[in-house]
Ligand binder design. Sequence first.
Ligand code: SAM
Length: 227
Amino acid sequence: MNVSLYIVPTPIGNLSDITLRAIEILNSVDSILCEDTRTSSVLLKKYDISKPLKSFHQNNEHKVYNGIIRKLKEGERMALISDAGTPGISDPGFLLVRACIEAGISIQTLPGPTAFIPALINSGFPTDQFIFLGFLPHKKGRQKALKQLANEQRTVVFYESPHRLIKLLGQIKEYVGAERKVSVSRELTKIHEETYTGTTDEVFEYFNKKEVKGEFVVVIDAKKEKE
Ligand code: SAM
């Protein structure tokens, strides 16, 4: 298969979490689309990858994707990476992939790092069925989304920024229930990695006592039938 655009996952912390194939592909393309060229340069330098970098992020993707499609049609081969993890997962990617499909341009996504999978497994909650909600809306729709989770019978995973974590745990207590189990994975693959799991009350108390720093994935246990 003649692939024009590769979607390449990159590490979420530990720079060793890159696949051999990701390195191979990044070395073989004509250019690399990066969310933040400075952030990606650190990784690319570590693996001696030297390619022209083009900026592709949530503030310019709507403007630049037509130009990228044109270049791909002219035969340029590109890779898309984001600052961390899998492009398109709470990161730019979807718009470009859809445009490629519509234009008949072949794409291929490599498997690789993403933050929500290790957090889900760490939680010990059922993994046979789960939903991933990305970032919840900050204002409009947030309360409604959380209320709906009270009856969710699948494990729920989402991302949250450090400055909203306590607020979120408080809202889960209020709308989903203080006894529902929650698991918070923090700084996955990094020096201060930790996962804390317990009732929402316990997890709230734990994080409320300390300085909330780093990157977080929140996992809510499925509603049990007897609840
Ligand atoms: N594309 C990424 C992926 O595949 O996971 C997600 C990018 S999103 C902009 C960033 C969010 O992912 C963070 O706010 C955090 O919720 C989560 N995240 C990324 N790296 C993480 C890590 N090392 N530990 C915990 N959460 C992480």
